[in-house]
Write a protein that binds this ligand. Structure first.
Ligand code: NDP
Ligand code: 8X3
Length: 256
C-alpha cells in the first residue's frame, strides 16, 4: 500500500467492467479503498467483485445500469448509504470513425448520451451530496481527443472537448468548497475501446496498436491513483498522457 490517504475511502467507478475502469478497481482496492463498481455487464461486475474480495479486505458494491438512463443513475446514487469520496467518471466510448457527412446517427447519439450526458448525470447526483459534506473528488476520464481533433472524430472529439469544459466549469461551480475536480486525458490505451469503436471488427481494432507500444489501462489507473492520493490542498486539473510513440492524435510512430 503506497497511498495511505486512500484507505477506507469509498470510490465509485463508472465503466468498471473493462479497460481503465477495471484497472482502477484493482488499483484502488490494493490501496484499501472500498469500491462501488458500475457498468452494464453484470456478470463481469460480479467476477471483478469476487476476485477483489478474494485478495483484499475491502467492501465492494456493484450496480449494473446504463449511464444514459438518468433515473438509473439517480437510483444508484440514492441507494448508496456510504459517502462517495471519489467519483471516477470513466464510462465512455467511441462508436465509428466515419467522416461527418457519412456518419451514423446512432453512433453519434451513443457517444453524446454516454460521454457527455451520462458523465453529467453522475456528476449532478454525486456532487450534490459532496457539496453537503464539503468533501469529495470528481475525476473525469477525458482524452487527447479533448485537446485536439482528428479526421473521423468530429463527435468523439466533440464529446471529449466537452469533458474538458465540463471539468473546468465543475471546478468553478464548486469553487470555495473542499471538493476537488480533475481530468486525465490519455492518448492510445490498449483496451476494448477500439473493438467497440469499430463495432466488433477485431482486425481494425488491432491495427490501432500495431507496431507501437500503446499505454495500458494500468498506466492510466496509476495516474488516477496519484491524482486521488495528493494532499487535500492539491487539485490536479488535467494530465495529458501519450505513449512515447505518439506525438499527437494523428502522429503515431510505428516500428515497421
Ligand atoms: P473499454 O471499452 O475497455 O471500457 C469502457 C467502459 O465503459 C466499459 O466498462 C463499459 O462497460 C463502460 N460503458 C460504456 N458505455 C456505457 C454505458 N452506456 N453505461 C455504462 N457503462 C458504459 O474502454 P476504455 O477503458 O479505454 O475506456 C474508458 C474511458 O477512457 C472512456 O471514457 C474512453 O473514452 C476513455 N479513453 C480511452 C482511450 C483509449 O485509447 N482506450 C484514450 C483516452 C480516453 P459496459 O459495456 O459493461 O457497460
Ligand atoms: C481515445 C484516444 O486517439 O482514439 O480517446 O481518440 S483516440
Amino acid at each position: 500500500m503506497a497511498f495511505h490517504r486512500l484507505k477506507d475511502k469509498w470510490v465509485l467507478i463508472t465503466g468498471a467492467t473493462s479497460g481503465i475502469g477495471k484497472a482502477c478497481a484493482f488499483h484502488f482496492a490494493e490501496e484499501g479503498s472500498n469500491l462501488i463498481l458500475t457498468g452494464r455487464r453484470k456478470k463481469r461486475l460480479d467476477a471483478i467483485r469476487d476476485e477483489i474480495l478474494q485478495n483484499q479486505q475491502v467492501d465492494v458494491q456493484i450496480f449494473s445500469f446504463d449511464v444514459r438512463d438518468r433515473d438509473a443513475c439517480k437510483d444508484c446514487i440514492n441507494s448508496i448509504d456510504q459517502p462517495i469520496d471519489i467519483l471516477i467518471n470513466n464510462a465512455g466510448l467511441a462508436s465509428g470513425k466515419d467522416p461527418v457527412d457519412q456518419a451514423d446517427f446512432e453512433d453519434w447519439d451513443k457517444m453524446i448520451d454516454t460521454n457527455i450526458k451520462g458523465l453529467l448525470s453522475m456528476t449532478r447526483f454525486v456532487s450534490e451530496k459532496m457539496r453537503k459534506r464539503n468533501s469529495g473528488h470528481i475525476i473525469n476520464v477525458g482524452s487527447i481527443a479533448g485537446h485536439e481533433a482528428y479526421p473521423g472524430g468530429s463527435v468523439y472529439c466533440g464529446t471529449k472537448h466537452a469533458v474538458k469544459a465540463i471539468t473546468q466549469a465543475t471546478k468553478m461551480d464548486l469553487h470555495g468548497t473542499n471538493i476537488r475536480v480533475s481530468a486525465v486525458s490519455p492518448g492510445l490505451v490498449d483496451t476494448e475501446f477500439s473493438e467497440v469503436r469499430f463495432h466488433g471488427d477485431r482486425d481494425a481494432a488491432e491495427k490501432v496498436y500495431t507496431n507501437m507500444d500503446p499505454l495500458t489501462a494500468d498506466d492510466i489507473a496509476e495516474i488516477i491513483l496519484f491524482m486521488a492520493s495528493r494532499p487535500p490542498h492539491v487539485n490536479i486539473m488535467d494530465t495529458v498522457v501519450l505513449p512515447t510513440a505518439q506525438s499527437s492524435s494523428t502522429m503515431v510512430h510505428r516500428s515497421s
